[in-house]
Design a protein around this ligand. Structure first.
Ligand SMILES: *Cc1c(COP(=O)(O)O)cnc(C)c1O
Length: 413
């Protein structure tokens, strides 16, 4: 979906050079076809196994992205009421929404109950009681699943590992047992499932299997006590290839989950984020200067850590592609932004042959890109475009300084 045509990188049929000329830089560019292809491939991998995809909104919450996925039949995994409002604004189906997160506020629980969401993924005994009380106030009932922390090592970056006992997420196995028994007694909650989410960018399948095994032991024990389950939510976390990672095939992933269910009649809910949208986006940026410090080469571009935080936050690798290939020798460079932090880099030690004014594309930036952006250094956040074959839609205009200043005011004296 991002390929060179006559030496120029294109998004589907649209030249990134033309896009940069028309919309400026830095700009996020998404391929609709790539999102659709990934959604369909995951859906097909599960075949006859009853399943539902609940896209993790936080990976990329642009309304157009949510709309495209909603049109394909996707539900959504949200972590705030802001994300619920986005799903609704994008025309998504709130009855296919699951709500995760360790710190859901009362107003968020209330809003989600009002929209009759599919399931609350409960992350503590206290949250369960709070939800029951609010459902009582509203004279309704809440469908719940407990998010279990199975204490499994996902073998990924520590900042994106969530299923270890040291992580704040989920309810440990012994507490989950007692919390399910308690939930069964509460008048305003109905148990519908069980779930986990053990981390992100998982390149191995064994941790998924281990986690589901732990969940299935709980399911078996509780079923024997008369508590019934309709679904198991296996979370998100499937990796994409940023560099040279060996990434599991979707079919293998589906097979590992089917095997772990071992014939139990449970609908599988999936919460993929990165795996659906990560490869569907690039960040297009223009070189402002090149410079050398004692023989070290820097390419200073107009995108920075405030636009794409992953390299600074996780030391993440993104491929750097010249939008127009230039003949001649490439040299090893660090690609850095204008922000006043040494952590402000997009890539280090890359062989590039670029000059001031050239465009480059930061690859695989569709997930955790724009969503993690900020106004640090009073920089306007980038525009977002969605490409559909030969058409280009501006799905978020570039911020202006007026946008930034609109929320601020001077004190009276
Ligand atoms: C972030 C998150 C996801 C999505 O993770 P990916 O690695 O992007 O697939 C799914 N579920 C929950 C609860 C999350 O917090």
């Amino acid at each position: 979906m991002f390929e060179y045509r006559q030496g120029v990188l294109h998004a589907e049929a649209v030249s990134l050079e033309a896009i940069a000329d028309a919309h400026g830089t830095p700009t996020y560019v998404y391929s609709r076809a790539r999102i659709e292809e990934r959604y369909r491939a995951l859906h097909e991998a599960f075949g006859d196994t009853p399943h539902g995809i609940r896209y993790a909104v936080k990976a990329n919450s642009n309304l157009a992205v949510l709309h495209v996925l909603g049109q394909l039949g996707s539900g959504f995994d949200i972590v705030s009421c802001g994300e619920l409002e986005r799903v609704i604004a994008a025309g998504g189906d709130s009855t296919k929404v699951v709500f995760s997160g360790v710190g859901k506020r009362d107003d968020e629980l209330r809003l989600a109950l009002t929209h009759d969401i599919e399931c609350f993924n409960i992350e503590s005994p206290a949250e369960l009681d709070r939800l029951n009380a609010i459902a009582e106030e509203l004279k309704t009932t809440a469908r719940v699943a407990l998010r279990v922390n199975p204490d499994v090592d996902p073998r990924t970056h520590p900042y994106i590992s969530t299923g270890l006992r040291d992580n704040k997420f989920g309810i440990d196995v012994p507490t989950a047992l007692s919390t399910y028994r308690r939930a069964a007694e509460l008048p305003r909650v109905g148990i519908v499932g069980i779930g986990c989410h053990i981390g992100s960018q998982l390149t191995e399948l064994a941790p998924f299997a281990e986690a589901i095994d732990a969940l299935m032991r709980l399911v078996d024990q509780l079923t024997a006590e008369g508590i019934t389950f309709e679904h198991v939510d296996v979370g998100g976390g499937l990796a994409i290839r940023y560099r040279d990672e060996k990434v599991p095939e979707l079919n293998e992933y589906a097979e590992v989950i089917r095997r772990a269910l071992d014939g139990r009649k449970l609908k599988v809910l999936l919460e993929p984020g990165r795996a659906l949208v990560g490869e569907a986006g690039v960040l297009v940026t223009r070189v402002i200067y090149t410079k050398d410090n004692l023989g070290k080469h820097f390419v200073v571009v107009d995108a920075a850590m405030n636009d794409l935080l992953r390299p600074a936050l996780y030391d993440a690798w993104h491929d750097v592609l010249p939008v127009r290939r230039r003949p001649g020798n490439a040299v090893s460079c660090d690609v850095v932004g204008p922000v006043c932090e040494s952590a402000d880099f997009l890539a280090k030690g890359r062989k590039l042959n670029v000059r001031a004014g050239d465009l480059i594309a930061i690859a695989n930036a569709g997930a955790y890109g724009f969503g993690m952006s900020s106004n640090y250094n009073s920089r306007n956040r980038p525009a977002e475009l969605m490409i559909d074959a030969d058409e280009c839609f501006e799905v978020r205009r570039r911020e202006t300084l007026a946008d930034q200043l609109a929320l601020e005011s001077l004190p009276p004296t």
